[in-house]
Design a protein around this ligand. Sequence first.
Ligand code: IYR
Length: 229
Amino acid sequence: MAINDYIIIDGYKHLLYDSIPYTTERSIQKSNSFYSWLETRRSVREYSSQVISKEIIENLIMAASTAPSGAHKQPWTFCAVSNSELKHEIRKAAEVEERETYSNRMSERWKKDLAPLGTDHNKPFIDEAPWIIVCFKRVYEHDGDTRHNNYYVNESVGIACGFLIAAIHDAGLVTLTHTPSPMNFLTKLLNRPNNERAFLLLPIGYPKQPTYVPDLKRKAIQDVSVFYE
Ligand code: IYR
């Protein structure tokens, strides 16, 4: 019997979900190799100046934009910047905020926690990486004169950024999650509308050779999970 490739449910068209039938064995292999590959991802702070084509950046953004979102509103805008002057403006403004953050806004405990990562208010990677992507969350949408709030905006945009980071890693590129705070200067410099708020800044590039990263250990399964069987 032929299976319809679509049906109408409650008046809405639904497509047949064409999943790939894996054996348990195959799912074990796939989940294990995906985990091993993600385990090799690291936040990198030093970038090579090697050029990255716009096509790659577009692919990364489209991968991020496949993320699930509240009521499928896709409440995000990815601003991709390769223009050197604009990146430099962003770096200068980020460093103004970060200097204040590191000097006056962070607790001693926070600074102690960051010490092994070697971060400070200097953000040379904003100049050095061939691209930066600033992800904005779209808090609401305009419908004529009225505003409609989007749903689960932080969750949706956080997931999309997770997809983006995984896509960057898959392309053999590196990034780090930079959170200059407060981020309002990005709305201004990138000329974004009122309904958008900066969420995360990601430099993207190949790592400088050689690059050293902090010797971090990740938590074990029993430290990050509880099973109820
Ligand atoms: N937002 C600052 C500080 C910072 C905070 C955390 I938590 C980090 O894991 C890393 C840095 C910055 O981006 O440098």
